[in-house]
Ligand binder design. Structure first.
Ligand code: OGA
Ligand code: MN
Length: 287
């Protein structure tokens, strides 16, 4: 019997490369479960050479649950679950820094988990490298499960049970996209939500810190005190010993678990286009 699929840890990191998949085709039912287990184990999976078109990428992610609808219509891709992330639009025109998409790109440079400002947050995200500049900016990932596990028990006891308020306004205001710049309907449909600071992963029962640029303050605490705690924990969790920088190759598809990782884009102001396509599924029950 030949081994169809394999997961190989990338060096001394928490991330694995998955081999033996053609994600353009429907997965066998047990492959979905197998990828779910692998994503729970590694947090981030790298699939090489997956030149999916929009329809294939949309179909791929929907095998894992209900597809997400993009928050900003300006970044919506070719199908309902997809988001175009990049320096140019589909016609090749540069994204203006003052457009909603420009602000979106800037906010991606803050450490975050996707969609934590939703009542049913994003659970898994996948990003496909469609077109890369000569020295593509890496995307960085942080392992918030190891960060949690490394805390002394006394510190863990102080943090367990805390509830955090998340809001899309919080991440956007940090890059200058203040509440007055939002479409009023977006704000009305996305009031602040509360999630636990410490999550338990349903697959293995392991805990992780649930942090994001959208994390605003701690429920029941003075706002500034909560903000200081969130900033401290983000800094702690993103030390180099907990992080992995993904160096993109063309047609790489990176799939990550938003329940136990954070990630961020790194700066890129080059003239050569960078085009990525993102897909995601959200939770079906509150965190
Ligand atoms: C995302 C994201 C980072 C990048 O697509 O959710 O944060 O490097 N992208 O494009
Ligand atoms: Mn993101």
């Amino acid at each position: 019997m030949t081994i169809k699929h394999a997961y190989r840890r990338l060096g001394n990191t928490f991330v694995a490369e998955a081999a033996g998949f053609d994600l353009r085709r429907p997965l066998a039912a047990d492959d979905v479960g197998q990828i779910e287990s692998a994503i729970a184990t590694y947090g981030v999976l790298v699939f090489r050479k997956q030149p999916m078109d929009a329809e294939q990428q949309d179909a791929f992610i929907r095998q894992f649950g209900p597809g997400r609808t993009p928050l900003f219509k300006e970044v919506a891709g070719a199908s309902a679950t997809l988001i175009d992330v990049g320096t140019v639009d589909d016609s090749g025109n540069p994204i203006s820094k003052d457009s909603v998409q420009g602000w979106y790109n800037l906010a991606n440079r803050l450490w975050h988990t996707d969609g934590s400002f939703l009542r049913l947050p994003i659970r898994l995200t996948g990003l496909l490298a469609r077109e890369l500049p000569p020295s593509p900016p890496p995307t960085e990932f942080a392992d918030t499960r190891s960060a949690w596990a490394s805390l002394p028990a006394s510190r863990q006891a102080e943090l367990e049970g805390l509830q955090v308020i998340h809001s899309v306004i919080r991440s956007r205001e940090q890059v200058g996209f203040t509440a007055d710049k939002f479409d009023p309907a977006t704000l009305r449909d996305h009031p602040p939500v509360t999630h636990p600071l410490v999550r338990v992963h349903p697959q293995d029962g392991l805990k992780s810190l649930y942090l994001a640029s959208h994390a605003s303050h701690v429920d029941g605490w003075e706002v500034e005190r909560g903000r200081a705690l969130i900033a401290e924990l983000i800094e702690y969790s993103t030390q180099s010993r907990f992080t992995y920088a993904h160096s993109w190759q063309p047609d790489d598809f990176v799939l990550w678990d938003d329940r136990r990782t954070m990630h961020r884009a790194t700066p890129y102001d080059g003239t050569h286009p960078r085009k990525m396509r993102q897909c995601a599924v959200h939770e079906t029950v509150p965190v």
